[in-house]
Ligand binder design. Sequence first.
Ligand code: ADP
Length: 150
Amino acid sequence: MKRALFPGSFDPITNGHEDILLRALPLFDEIIIGVGFNSEKKFMFSLDERINFIKKTFKKYKKVKVKSYDGLTINYCKTIEANFILRGLRNPADFEFEKAIAHTNRKLSGIETVFLLTSAKTSFVSSSIVREIIKNKGDYNELVPPSVLS
Ligand code: ADP
């Protein structure tokens, strides 16, 4: 069984996350979206809200499960028996950051990280930009799946 963990904060889920997840579906038998609840990080949306947005977005995909986790991503991978980590890459800054983490994770656990390049149409989207628009009462309709808006 090829099971991947797609870890992130998803604060909130964006069209960029959705694009990566949907394009990864044919590659794996199951993808667990792991929503981090790192207590030191301040989130705009609660863990429950973030999970609900994701559940609604992917409710018709049986291969997709949504869970929350804390602590080291590789430890959680072992717990759920995921042998791959899925991550999206938008730009060289993402690559530099992700490279060190992926090397470390593979050295410590043997778990491979699979990267998908973002689609051109969502390459500029980030949760932090969406949060900034929300704070300033702007229109973020075109940046997130409908589940975040309802
Ligand atoms: P984290 O706090 O771990 O960076 P995020 O929720 O911001 O969590 O991102 C989770 C994953 O989704 C990361 O691999 C990130 O690179 C990817 N991602 C975020 N936005 C996009 C996007 N617009 N296109 C492609 N991948 C993205």
